[in-house]
Write a protein that binds this ligand. Structure first.
Ligand SMILES: [Zn+2]
Length: 72
């Protein structure tokens, strides 16, 4: 019996993060590398990737969502 190490891509529980609005997969560049935090809203910084039990939102969709909430 040969045991193989499971690579992350083969792990059935591994799923790439995908934006629930535009279906874009999370990358490693730009704001994709950062997680969203409420501090980014308060301090006017660019938003990172939002990941929660209610779904995923990429930085672009996060920006649109926040603008819509603010009525901009
Ligand atoms: Zn998106």
């Amino acid at each position: 019996m040969t045991k193989r190490l499971i690579e992350p891509a083969e792990d059935p529980s591994f799923k790439p993060q995908v934006c629930s609005t535009c279906a874009r997969e999370r990358g490693v560049r730009g704001m994709d590398a950062y997680d969203y935090s409420p501090m980014q809203v308060l301090t006017g910084q660019p938003f990172g990737w939002y990941s929660g039990s209610d779904g995923e939102l990429c930085p672009e969709c996060m920006t649109k969502a926040i603008r819509a909430i603010r009525g901009q």
